[in-house]
Design a protein around this ligand. Structure first.
Ligand code: ATP
Ligand code: ZN
Length: 308
């Protein structure tokens, strides 16, 4: 399939999902409401993740889908992904500026001139609030830390591909500790992820991957990330067999976040980190693609895994 065909297939699947009422369009590409059926699948998959990972003793943290802007600035996200970031701005003008705003609005002109950055930035990945939070607690305990998060995430990547949303949910487990602890965690989840997703009876593949680092320097970062096998993805075809979609990601950040936030292990070393991320909407979309829009008609084995 060439690019044009892929785009057409993405648009077609989106239309099917909208016609079936599973996605509720808002007029903006990548921004959708979801039906009760869609949400039920997301909730059941979330519970499945807990069934596989819930016995490891993770500390549960739930953050709103926004970050302290200072944490965001310190995270260096703007170095790597300035094109994806979403900052929250609010009106900061006086009454005169307000009158101007209303006039511009009325005239259909740009009214955003007096919008100023707030202290809040949209969360780009569910794990971002965790590192500064753990850093504030001081050195890690000997066994390191395991955290469980779930959050809406924002990325400015409008697309007609229903699997590439601007606001989507990510469940994550995050391991922070010594290199051995962290590498072991990622190996464990690469195996588990395969098995867990295998139980949902969909074709899948695990492959090395890279993040979409910005610009020419970014291309070098992407290459080095691939060469060092720092990122793996579990891929399932959704809109194209040739270009399957990343539904789970397994990321090893080495000591990047440990350095950035000054996170130390019990023996004084710089902490390493890794995370496994589950793309909730993508998994739901994959299930609808492979088993149909009527969840009551899904294979009995899959229904049993999700609904018991
Ligand atoms: P991609 O390479 O497709 O852009 P990613 O590798 O950048 O995705 P991660 O940053 O690893 O994605 O995010 C973790 C998980 O979140 C992904 O495995 C995927 O399931 C999900 N995800 C990422 N971006 C989106 C998006 N735009 N819409 C829906 N889900 C997404
Ligand atoms: Zn993460």
């Amino acid at each position: 399939m060439n690019m044009v065909d892929i785009t057409a297939a993405q648009a077609a699947y989106r239309d099917e999902l909208v016609d079936a009422g599973l996605l509720i369009p808002t007029g903006v590409d990548g921004l959708y409401g979801r039906s009760g059926v869609f949400e039920d699948v997301v909730e059941r998959f979330d519970a499945l993740v807990t069934r596989w990972g819930g016995r490891d003793g993770a500390e549960v943290m739930r953050f709103p889908p926004a970050l302290n802007r200072q944490y965001f600035e310190e995270s260096e996200y703007l170095k790597s992904f300035p094109h994806l970031a979403g900052t929250i701005h609010s009106f900061g003008g006086d009454e005169k500026a307000h009158r101007t705003l209303l006039r511009r609005l009325e005239e259909g002109q740009d009214w955003t001139e007096d919008q100023v950055a707030t202290d809040v930035v949209m969360t780009p990945a569910a794990c971002y609030p965790v590192y500064p939070t753990i850093a504030r607690r001081g050195p890690l305990p000997g066994e390191g830390k395991l955290i469980d998060v779930f959050s809406y995430c924002f990325r400015h990547e409008p697309s007609i591909d229903p699997a590439r949303m601007q606001l989507f949910r990510m469940r994550e487990y995050i391991r922070i500790g010594t290199p051995d602890q962290v590498v072991e965690f990622r190996e464990l989840w690469l195996e588990r992820g395969r098995e867990m997703m295998g139980s949902l009876d969909m074709p899948l593949d695990v492959d090395v991957a890279n993040d979409p680092f910005f610009g020419r320097a970014g291309a070098m970062l992407s290459n080095s990330q691939r060469e060092q096998k720092l990122k793996f993805e579990l891929l399932i075809p959704i809109t194209s067999r040739e270009k399957p979609t990343a539904c789970l990601s397994f990321n090893y950040h080495q000591d990047h976040f440990g350095h950035l936030w000054d996170i130390h292990t019990a023996d004084g070393g710089v902490a390493h980190t890794a995370c496994v991320g589950f793309g909730m909407e993508r998994v739901a979309l994959a299930l609808f693609r492979h088993h149909g829009f009527d969840t009551a008609a899904w294979p009995a084995s899959v229904r049993k895994v999700l609904w018991g």
